[in-house]
Design a protein. Structure first.
Length: 219
């Protein structure tokens, strides 16, 4: 009983000595708009190199939730898009390859940022970062390579050479803050759609894109 009484008397004094470690966030995004120019590339295509320039615009409903729209375009570079295996199949082995280029895509997505952290570097400097995920949908344009497909004179293939598709997208990424206004961003995402090749074959396409970008937050 004596020990319990001493502990009860000592508790208020100990509570006064507690050091609070909860700190305010370095960057607040709620109500702000982020403009993000980006460079992106498809990494899972076996036959084509596809690179894009684009930008996204995000409105942050809170520090965790945001809605974002993205638009990206990649030029059709003809044979300059071909990978070495494509050259070998078409030029040496004379094999017909069904080539379809993703040239334009746009999405609207819901962005969720559950993780905010920081790490120390260079002795005393502290860097703040976030991890986020996104899911949404949109559209895409594809262009078939009729020369590679041996279908330049096929009216059916010509009819589906340029197509528009509805797409689904999902991905995740990280954001590193340089200041209250600027941040670097890297992400990976899938752009998923159904495509008709040669007016006959119905294929499920899944382009995995890796993008690097820089965000500016306003105001």
């Amino acid at each position: 009983m004596t020990l319990a009484l001493l502990a009860a008397l000592a508790a208020p004094a100990a509570a006064d000595d507690v050091i609070k470690t909860v700190q305010p966030k370095h960057v607040l995004k709620v109500g702000r708009i982020a403009v993000t120019p980006m460079l992106a590339a498809v990494t899972n295509s076996h036959y084509l190199r596809r690179r894009f320039v684009g930008a996204s615009l995000a409105w942050h409903l809170s520090d965790i939730f945001a809605v974002e729209t993205t638009l990206a375009w990649g030029p059709d570079l003809g044979t300059a898009d071909w990978k070495p295996i494509t050259w070998q199949l078409l030029e040496e082995n004379k094999v017909v390859v069904e080539l379809s280029r993703l040239t334009l895509w746009g999405t609207g997505a819901f962005q969720f940022t559950p993780i905010h952290g920081k790490f120390a570097w260079n002795g005393r400097r502290v860097a703040h970062f976030e991890l986020f995920g996104l899911v949404g949908g949109g559209f895409a344009q594809t262009v078939d390579d009729l020369d590679a497909m041996g279908a330049t004179d096929d009216p059916l293939s010509q009819a589906t050479a340029i197509q528009w598709h509805g797409v689904a997208t999902a991905g995740a990424g990280a954001r590193l803050f340089l200041s209250n206004t600027w941040a670097l961003r890297v992400e990976g995402r899938n752009v998923h759609y159904l495509e008709t090749l040669g007016a006959v074959d119905l294929l499920m396409k899944n382009n995995f894109l890796v993008a690097a970008s820089a965000s500016a937050f306003f105001p």
